[in-house]
Design a protein around this ligand. Structure first.
Ligand code: NAD
Length: 297
């Protein structure tokens, strides 16, 4: 099966490589020539623009930063819609506003009869590389069933959530939980240090109990090392929380914990830390308390 792949960033590059490894023919495009070159060296073909990628492929996958980028890749001049036919299926794997996902899908349907799935991912670069992403999917069930195997070349958990937009609802729920979880891990570890107790030993003592989590195991060791290399950038998490706030306010639902974590992340952005990993939330606590949990400090 021939697949088009648009967006070869931190996530898209390894995902496209996994499609090649699984035996799919892949045609790619990105704004960055070096990313295209790397994929071509791995066995992909390339095309002049997004419209050309869409010609002669059955499915086009998009993996770009946010809603406006997805809209541009799909609907702008020389966008995917110009090269696609009514039989082309679009699978957007970017994390975007579910309200926008529904609108974009409706426009594709109206203009050319094109079907779309929204299938954002969780797991970050390491899981993108080893093909074990969690993929949450929205759209028509029969389209999902047809392309589940394709998605399984990139992820170890591929779950159908519901109609178009539902994949991004699940992703935003994920990002809300992750933000609050990192925040409370940073707060609790700083509390331990300020009380004169070794935060590393506190982490070891609690990680196997009810408070333990995948987030705790991924992020507290990074905080203790003072390692803020992304991983998942604060700027992208701000983008996700912004989408969560927009979507929840559109249905008149207050989301106070999400709003609080958004303000914490704005403080980090103010300190030019938008490109740091989201474990950088620990430095918000460091500035507030004057205490660092980094080992040896
Ligand atoms: P990135 O910024 O590294 O890569 C995005 C790529 O898309 C860039 O190379 C850019 O040049 C390209 N691009 C943008 N618009 C384009 C267009 N119109 N045509 C062609 N190329 C275009 O971003 P990323 O970290 O790979 O994230 C992609 C998506 O995955 C985001 O929605 C992000 O929230 C989500 N995500 C990221 C992670 C992570 O850990 N980085 C984890 C889960 C989900």
């Amino acid at each position: 099966m021939k697949i088009g792949f648009i967006g070869l960033g931190i996530m898209g590059k390894p995902m496209a490589k996994n499609l090649l490894k699984a035996g799919y023919e892949v045609c790619v495009n990105d704004f960055k020539q070096e990313a295209i070159d790397e994929l071509v060296a791995a066995g992909a073909t390339s095309a002049a623009n997004n419209a050309d990628v869409a010609k002669n492929v059955e499915v086009v996958i998009t993996m770009v930063p946010n809603s406006p980028n997805v809209r541009a890749a799909l609907l702008d001049e020389n966008g995917i819609i110009d090269g696609a036919t009514k039989d082309t299926v679009i699978i957007d794997m970017s994390s975007i506003d579910p309200v926008e996902s529904k609108k974009i899908s409706a426009e594709l349907k109206e203009k050319k009869g094109i079907e779309m799935l929204d299938c954002p991912v969780s797991g970050g670069e390491p899981k993108a590389i080893d093909g074990t992403l969690s993929i949450m999917c929205g759209g028509k069930k029969e389209i999902f069933d047809k392309y589940k195997e394709l998605l399984e070349a990139m992820g170890s958990s591929v779950v159908y959530v519901g109609e178009i937009g539902s994949g991004n609802v699940a992703k935003l729920a994920n990002q809300m939980v992750v933000a609050a979880n990192i925040g409370i891990c940073a707060e609790a570890m700083t509390f331990a240090k300020k009380m004169g107790t070794d935060p590393e030993l506190v982490y070891q003592a609690i990680r196997g109990g009810l408070a333990g989590s995948t987030v705790m195991d991924a992020k507290v060791p990074m905080m203790l090392e003072g390692n803020y290399n992304p991983g998942f950038r604060i700027d992208l998490h701000i983008k996700d929380l912004n989408n969560a706030l927009n979507a929840s306010h559109a249905i008149n639902m207050p989301v106070p914990m999400t709003a609080h974590m958004m303000e914490v992340m704005q403080e980090l952005k103010n300190h030019d830390e938008g490109s740091c990993d989201h474990d950088d939330i620990i430095r918000y606590y460091e500035r507030m308390t004057g205490v660092s949990i980094v080992k040896g400090k």
